[in-house]
Design a protein around this ligand. Structure first.
Ligand SMILES: [Zn+2]
Length: 287
């Protein structure tokens, strides 16, 4: 079985492109990092799948981040996929949800979809309302009413696998609404069972054999967190010396744990002193 893999395909007759993704050890690594209840696991897995699929349709170097903030049981969900094939994500919740529709899970708030390039100036954000039965429905509604290409998403997640498929209409002349609707209806016949248990070749052929699908090389996906000590230090620097020394005085050292990967960075008084050491003019040029 193709695990932790993204597979691109093209329906040449219909002028529709597609992506298939399976997240296995990637997804399990994320689940090990926090004790998520079932209703959080489901939507977190779907969100991770969505960000992996959507980032594959964007020609960019950098990352795509999907962040949902609301006043409901899950108050924060963040997932990220990079052009290097890495994903990470987390969710924070404070009570059980009473329903499974998106507003039951997240309450009032919004979904922010952010594309971050290599430079800080390359940053594009779209805000999407929290509405509909599922995350897929909310994202599809956004694509339908924005200037974006029409896009369909099929997302599923259980405790072992998060998997999904995406279809997107190509921006070409001579594509017909009929072609797009036919491909879209075929996607509706897909079952979670097929998505989780069939090889990508089999599921794509089973659904779209009349559309002459063309499959591209698989791309591996892995869990990776981009955090490091340098980033923690610059975060502390922006917090300011007074704040850092207050924490130091209270706790003896400053320990910061990354919520994405559980890595802990500890800085003692000497480390903190180094961070805020004034740069002495001329010291660089001493011989
Ligand atoms: Zn981390």
């Amino acid at each position: 079985m193709a695990v932790d893999t993204l597979r691109r395909f093209l329906l040449e007759q219909a002028h529709v492109r597609g992506e298939w993704v399976h997240l296995d050890t990637t997804w399990q690594e994320m689940l090990q990092r926090a004790d998520y209840p079932a209703f959080v696991r489901k939507v977190l897995g779907e969100a991770l799948t969505a960000v992996a699929l959507l980032s594959a349709t964007i020609k960019h170097s950098g990352s795509l981040i999907l962040q949902i903030r609301g006043d409901g049981p899950i108050h924060l969900l963040v997932v990220q996929a990079t052009d290097q094939g890495t994903v990470r994500g987390l969710a924070q919740w404070n009570r059980e949800a009473e329903g499974a529709a998106l507003p039951d899970l997240f309450g009032a708030g919004h979904i922010a979809m952010t594309l971050e390039g290599q430079k800080s100036s390359e940053r594009y954000q779209s805000l999407i309302p929290i509405e509909g039965e599922s995350l897929a429905a909310a994202l599809e509604a956004y694509f339908a009413r924005s200037e974006q290409l029409p896009t369909r998403l099929w997302l599923t997640a259980d405790d072992h696998t998060a998997a999904g498929m995406l279809l997107q209409r190509l921006p070409r002349e001579h594509t017909s609404d009929e072609d797009w609707q036919r491909a879209s209806l075929l996607l509706d016949t897909l079952t979670a069972q097929e998505l989780v248990h069939l090889e990508p070749e089999d599921v794509i052929y089973r659904l779209f054999h009349e559309e002459e699908p063309r499959l591209f090389d698989p791309k591996p996906i892995r869990f990776h967190c981009g955090c490091n000590r340098g980033r923690v230090e610059s975060m502390l620097r922006s917090l300011g010396q007074t704040e850092a020394e207050t924490i130091l005085a209270e706790q003896g050292n400053i320990a910061i744990t990354c919520e994405f990967c559980n890595a802990t960075y500890t800085l003692d008084a000497v480390d903190v002193g180094q961070l805020f050491k004034p740069s002495m003019p001329g010291t660089d040029t001493l011989h």
